[in-house]
Design a protein around this ligand. Structure first.
Ligand code: 5AD
Ligand code: SF4
Length: 478
């Protein structure tokens, strides 16, 4: 299962200080796409740190620029070429000043379109797929020597996690952190490129994950989100042999002192096994908020999508989850206008949304991805109809989200304080349901879970008051 929040908005990742003996170089990473890309960007910065790379705020200041791309939706390749056009100008300007710039394209577009990138953008020095980041230092060395581009888009036999250093440096001091536990996907949903770009499902062994979680906590993390394209298909090697599922992994991570909250995303309904459902009842650190994409509420469309479950399977699964954890809130992904989707199919999706009641959801118009079965299917839905369906679906989701947030007003919730608020004297954090919450309070509560009462529901956040400011303050200073 791939990840939501694919806003294609660039974020930057940085590297830690270099080893003393290395010449100082500057690295700028532009990250598009999902949380897994954010995590990967941090890892790439980490492997380059021993070569002397330190963070640069902009591409113009950087000796090396990595564009970490996302291929999940429309016009991804064109967006990459347009950004590469901008980076080419910077590279040429720097060259005129006698400064070299290594330009690398990473991520899923690099994986899928490697040959096209080198043909259309010969000024790119390195093209690397998501499975080869651990080879980056060697590729940089080769790029210095090579006349043409260095390309690594194989799925290597070695596991990249065995070769990558620990948690991303930019997560230092962050109260919340990501931890990739599994990558790739074997589900082959009709519309999705992930099985082709990220490759077959592979899970990291338990020991490395536990170590990384301990390191994150030692650096200040209190909440860890376990990441994977199909995270609940996790089946990593246990410390004493045998495969562990995600439920068992979560139970073990919950024992790490100082790790107060655990989340995971993104899940496929078919992989929601009994032990994982039971973990929702039994592990208090496992937050009562689950992103569980369903994509459609029509059995015909679900079959065409190769989702391998029905709408009622999903309803029953949600019932079981809510039995295990009655305060569980749900989020989902929806696609409107998959090839063959009729007005009645769309109505079935709307009915499912009304039945379940979501706290939030991500919704997309279907867009063909080259090489996927749906792209070659017949019965493509006209764009105007997709627009209409998307607007209708988003209005319903918005109403459910508003209702969910309004219902929080007056409730006592535990908020993990993640940093200062916008105004002086304010702090901000997140509720168990990932809602942004802000309140008056002292900055030394950062990293603490504090009980609050929600007072007001604003457009994108909740405002709250600390339930026991004096006690919270005492605990923070202790
Ligand atoms: N068209 C539209 N949406 C898509 N998604 C994945 N592939 C496509 C596509 N071809 C959506 C799915 C997935 C989310 C991350 O992106 O809803 O769960
Ligand atoms: Fe998710 Fe299906 Fe894509 Fe796998 S193939 S990442 S399950 S949407």
């Amino acid at each position: 299962m791939s990840l939501p929040h694919l806003s294609l908005r660039p974020t930057s990742a940085t590297s830690p200080p270099p080893a003393e003996s290395r010449p100082l170089r500057r690295l700028h990473v532009i990250t598009w796409g999902c949380q897994m890309n954010v995590y990967d960007s941090g890892r790439m910065a980490d492997v380059l740190a021993p070569l002397g790379y330190r963070p640069a705020d902009s591409a113009a200041d950087a000796d090396m620029v990595i564009l970490n791309t996302c291929h999940i939706r429309e016009r991804a390749t064109e967006k990459v070429f347009s950004e590469l056009g901008r980076l080419r100008v910077i590279k040429e300007q720097r060259a005129a000043e006698g400064r070299e710039t290594i330009l690398a394209v990473a991520g899923c577009v690099a994986q899928a379109e490697g040959a096209e990138i080198t043909a259309r953008a010969p000024f790119v020095d390195i093209v690397l797929g998501p499975q080869t980041y651990h080879r980056l230092p060697e590729m940089v060395a080769r790029a210095h020597r090579a006349a043409g581009p260095v390309i690594e888009t194989d799925f290597p036999v070695e596991q990249k996690f065995d070769f990558l250093p620990g948690a991303p440096a930019e997560q230092d001091q962050a109260v919340t952190a990501f931890l990739t536990v599994q990558e790739g996907c074997d589900k082959f949903c009709s519309f999705c490129v992930v099985p082709y770009t990220r490759g077959a499902e592979a899970s990291r062994p338990v020991a490395g994950i536990v170590e990384e979680a301990q390191r994150l906590v030692a650096r200040g993390a209190r909440e860890v989100t376990l990441l994977g394209q199909n995270v609940n298909a996790y089946h990593g090697a246990g410390p004493n042999g045998g495969d562990w599922g995600l439920g068992r992994l979560i139970r073990t991570l919950a024992e790490i002192p100082g790790l107060l909250r655990i989340r995971y995303m993104t899940s496929h309904p078919r992989d929601m096994h009994d032990d994982l459902i039971a973990a929702h009842a039994e592990v208090p650190a496992l937050m009562p908020f689950l992103h569980l994409p369903v994509q459609s509420g029509s059995d015909r469309v679900l079959a065409a999508m190769n989702r391998r479950h029905t709408a009622d399977d999903y309803r029953r699964l949600v019932d079981r989850l809510r039995q295990a954890r009655p305060d569980l809130a749900l989020s989902s992904d929806f696609i409107v206008g998959h090839p063959g989707e009729t007005a009645a199919d769309f109505e079935a999706t709307m009915a499912l949304i009304r039945d379940i009641g979501f706290a939030q959801a991500f919704s997309f118009k279907y867009s063909p991805r080259p090489g996927t079965p749906a792209a070659a299917a017949t019965g493509h839905v006209p764009e105007t109809e997709k627009d209409r369906r998307l607007a209708e679906l988003q209005a319903l989701i918005r109403a459910q989200q508003d209702h969910f947030n309004m219902r929080s007003v007056g409730l006592d919730l535990d908020v993990l304080v993640t940093g200062p608020g916008r105004r002086p004297g304010q702090i901000a954090g997140r509720s168990p349901y990932l809602q942004a919450v802000h309140m008056d309070g002292p900055a030394n509560l950062v990293g603490q879970i504090v009980p609050v009462t929600i007072r007001q529901c604003l457009t994108n956040s909740l405002s709250a008051t600390l339930n026991n400011p004096a006690y919270a303050q005492e605990r923070a200073s202790a």
